[in-house]
Design a protein around this ligand. Sequence first.
Ligand code: SF4
Ligand code: FES
Length: 259
Amino acid sequence: MITMSIDGISYPAEEGQSALQVARENGIDIPTLCYHPALKTTGSCKLCAVEVTRRTGGRRIAMLACILKVSEGLEIKTTGPVVEAARKKAFMNLLVLAPQSKLLRRLACEHGVDLGPPPDGCVRCRLCIRVCTEIVRAGALKMVKVDGAGSVVPEPDRCIGCGTCANICPTGSIRVEDRENVRTVMIRDELIGKHPLERCEGCGRWFATRRYIDFIERRTAPHPHVKEIHKYCATCAKLFSDRTRAASDHSVKTRMPGH
Ligand code: SF4
Ligand code: FES
């Protein structure tokens, strides 16, 4: 029988036991994922880090409690900056491998480790914000800090329902859904805009939002060469401009001498 100390309290231990086993026997909680009492330890997850003061030099280092064998006078700490830093690093490394794991997040939360917001598929490239600000000029998206990390969020009542943000997003994080005559634009579970759709005056299909059509009409008004075909879907608009061009070519030809 030997004696070791955990968080300043002495506990009896058997030679050959690990620090983790002694801690568990005494009701001291240390997070683990890869430990199983029936199997050999591998030290894979690195979550069970504890602080050990080196006998030589007194340097404080993190060691894995599942691997660390107890010895007379061994002193470990299960809290404090050294443990917190090692634990957070281990959690972050595991989160890269299993970002969808609810167990990891719960375990981290139970041990006071902040892993930041769960991944939402957005790589923070800001293409959606830039296109909406610089090209569309609706300014319907912005980047704000949420729990210390940048996140794309809607600017209330600015969306015109054009869907350019969803088209440019490289990860498909923004969704546009047209159901019946309503278009919904979403990021994560947040609404960017919800708009009634207008019918194409050519074929009768629901095709664009009223706000988008008004917006385009306002933007193109100073350009007299732009035809007023905003009330048509892309297919009908093409047909319309092809026919107009053909008619004008025909009238030019009929006016030319010799024809
Ligand atoms: S939502 Fe898409 S486009 Fe916008 S920042 Fe995220 S990944 Fe980029
Ligand atoms: S329990 Fe996974 S490394 Fe110790």
